[in-house]
Design a binder for this molecule. Structure first.
Ligand code: GLV
Length: 308
C-alpha cells in the first residue's frame, strides 16, 4: 500500500514532510521517486493524462490536488475509483482573502482609481457604505461558505445561491433554478464559486447579466468555462456591468491579444486566487486514507453523476 504525490513538484517536499511526521506507516512517493505503479493505492494529481487505472492497476482513491475536479476527463478515470476534491483550510483562507480583495476593488471602485492613476487624474468619488451593498455568492460549497464570514465582517449584506437549499445565519439564501432570478436581482456584486459542470458552463452570460442591478460587479473565481467572455465585454462596454475581477479564463494563460488585458473596467490575475497548501492538503488526504482503510466513507467524494 503506497501513496503517490503527482502534482506541483516544487511543493512535493512539504507533502513528504507531513507524511513522514504524521503518517510514517503510509509509504510516500513523489512522481520523481522510483516507484512501482502496481503498489500505488492512493494518488494526488491535478489532472489525469491518460487512463489512470491502466497506469496504476490497484488504485483505490484519486485525490484532486485542487478544489475543482472538472479538469479530470471522465474517460481517464474508471467510475469505480472514487475521486475526492480538495478541501483544506489553507485553500479556503486563500479564497476568502482573494474574494474580499476583489469585492473591495469593486465596492470602492479601486479599478477606476487604478485607471485614474495611470491617466494622472485626481477624481475622488463618494463612498457607498458596505451595508448598502449586497454581495451574492453563487455556489455555497466549502469555498463559497468560507468567503461569507469575512465579507460579513466588512459589513456587506449577503445573499447566497446554491443548487440545493442551505440555511446560513445572516445570509439570505436562494436555491435552484426557480429562485435564481430573485437572487440575481439582489446582487450588487456577484461572486461565482460554482463547480464547473455541463449545467453551469456558460452561466455567466448576457441573460444573467441582464438580471443583475444596473452597474453590478462580477468576481469570477470559479472556472473560465463559467463565463461567456464576449457577453461580459459587451456588458462592460455598455456599463450594464460596472466592473469585473477575473482570476480564471477560457484559455489560460490568457492570450496576449485578449481585450481583458487592457480593459479599464477589468482587474485580472493569473489563476492564483487560492492554492492548496501542502500542510493542510497532506493532513486532509492522510485523514481520508485512514477513513478509507477503516472502511468508513470518504469525505468530499465527488458524485460523478453530478460532476462535483
Ligand atoms: C484551483 O483552481 C483549484 O481547483 O484548486
Amino acid at each position: 500500500m503506497a501513496f503517490l504525490y503527482h502534482a506541483d513538484p516544487s511543493r512535493a517536499h512539504r507533502w513528504r514532510e507531513v507524511f513522514a511526521a504524521e503518517a510514517p506507516d503510509i509509504p510516500f512517493f513523489s512522481a520523481g521517486d522510483r516507484h512501482d505503479p502496481a503498489a500505488i493505492r492512493y494518488l494526488v494529481i491535478w489532472e489525469a493524462e491518460g487512463n489512470l487505472a491502466e497506469r496504476y492497476p490497484d488504485l483505490e482513491v484519486v485525490f484532486s490536488a485542487g478544489a475543482g475536479t472538472d479538469q479530470f476527463t471522465p474517460a481517464h478515470l474508471p467510475p469505480e475509483v472514487p475521486l475526492v476534491r480538495m478541501v483544506e483550510p489553507g485553500l479556503a483562507a486563500g479564497m476568502a482573502e482573494y474574494v474580499c480583495a476583489g469585492v473591495l476593488l469593486l465596492h470602492r471602485d479601486l479599478i477606476g482609481y487604478i485607471a485614474d492613476q495611470r491617466n494622472g487624474r485626481w477624481n475622488p468619488r463618494p463612498i457607498v457604505p458596505a451595508e448598502q451593498r449586497c454581495v451574492g455568492v453563487m455556489g455555497l460549497g466549502a469555498l463559497g461558505m468560507a468567503v461569507l464570514a469575512p465579507l460579513k465582517a466588512l459589513g456587506f449584506r449577503l445573499a447566497g445561491w446554491n443548487r440545493s437549499s442551505r440555511s446560513i445565519e445572516g445570509v439570505e439564501t436562494y436555491a435552484g433554478a426557480q429562485e435564481r432570478d430573485a437572487f440575481l436581482a439582489r446582487c450588487d456584486i456577484l461572486v461565482c464559486l460554482l463547480p464547473l459542470t455541463p449545467e453551469t458552463r456558460g452561466c455567466l452570460n448576457a441573460d444573467l447579466f441582464a438580471r443583475l442591478p444596473e452597474g453590478a460587479g462580477i468576481v469570477n473565481v470559479g472556472r473560465g468555462g463559467h463565463l461567456v467572455e464576449a457577453d461580459l465585454l459587451a456588458a462592460l462596454d455598455r456599463g450594464r456591468i460596472g466592473g469585473a475581477v477575473l482570476d480564471v479564463f477560457a484559455q489560460e494563460p490568457l492570450p496576449q491579444e485578449h481585450r481583458f488585458w487592457h480593459h479599464p473596467r477589468v482587474f485580472l490575475t493569473p489563476h492564483m486566487a487560492s492554492m492548496t497548501q501542502p500542510e493542510g492538503g497532506a493532513r486532509a488526504v492522510i485523514a481520508n486514507i485512514r477513513r478509507h482503510r477503516a472502511g468508513e466513507p470518504l469525505l468530499n467524494r465527488v458524485d460523478r453523476s453530478r460532476g462535483y
